[in-house]
Design a protein around this ligand. Structure first.
Ligand SMILES: [Zn+2]
Length: 246
């Protein structure tokens, strides 16, 4: 074997070692990166987010537990992972807004091709007290892209969502448009009737009102928006005609 053939073989061998090393390092790095990514979305919750025709709003990371951040939600949705807290079973069949009155029913058609997911109660002026209709644990008290300042109360798999609270301007945005006057914090156990905040028009709201929404969550973490007049919340022993209250 002459010298030049030997040289070529050495060069080919060196290239081979380099290629092998490149792939080994790539696999190692890929493994490290994969471990840093958020875990897979809980299958049932993901199916709900993808599948429900009633989901409205837009994806905003504060509405999701950490594992959901970065996921693109088809059609837009807001979602709070249920925590299955069981608090006192108190309930009040009464308009949750001080001096409030019905302004929109559950299921009303809305521009954009969806149906209203809750019941709206108007408020003659801003900053009227909002009372929790159901006792339980506060699992969210903060800003939501679609609902503005929002409180979520949970009890035994039911979620009561109270949105558009004071204060700030209306508009769908991930950035708060004003200071919140919410009076509860996540983890608080409250009774029905407790004041959680005041009326406003934050989020997707064209006037001062409360958006009151109910979801029932199953053991797999799948929550379905419900007609509030058709469900039994914790402590509730007969149906409440939310749209007939005065
Ligand atoms: Zn509403």
């Amino acid at each position: 074997m002459n010298k030049s053939v030997g040289c070529v073989l050495v060069v080919i061998g060196a290239i081979g070692v380099c290629v092998l090393a490149y792939y080994l390092i790539s696999f190692a790095v890929a493994g490290m990166v994969a471990e840093q990514l958020p875990g897979p979305v809980q299958a049932a919750a993901w199916a709900w987010i993808q599948g429900t025709p009633q989901a409205v709003g837009h994806y905003y990371e504060s509405d999701f537990p950490p594992g959901y951040v970065g996921q693109i939600i088809e059609g837009g949705a807001y979602y709070w992972e249920p925590m299955y807290n069981t608090g006192p079973g108190s309930f009040l069949c009464r308009i949750p807004v001080e001096g409030g009155y019905l302004t929109s029913r559950y299921g009303d058609a809305r521009t954009g091709g969806y149906n209203h997911t809750g019941v709206d109660y108007g408020s003659h002026q801003r900053s009227e007290d909002i009372h929790a209709p159901m006792g339980g644990m506060v699992t969210h008290a903060g800003w939501s892209y679609w609902l503005g300042w929002t409180v979520v109360v949970e009890n035994s798999g039911s979620q009561v969502i109270l949105g558009h609270m004071c204060c700030g301007e209306s508009g769908t945005t991930g950035v708060p448009t004003g200071e919140s006057t919410i009076e509860v914090s996540p983890g608080d156990v409250i009774e029905a009737g407790d004041v959680v905040g005041q009326t406003g028009q934050t989020g997707n709201s064209d006037g001062i009102h409360l958006h009151f929404e109910v979801r029932e969550c199953d053991a797999e973490g799948r929550c379905q928006i419900q007609d509030p007049s058709s469900v039994f919340l914790a402590g509730q022993d007969s149906l409440c005609e939310w749209q007939a209250l005065e």
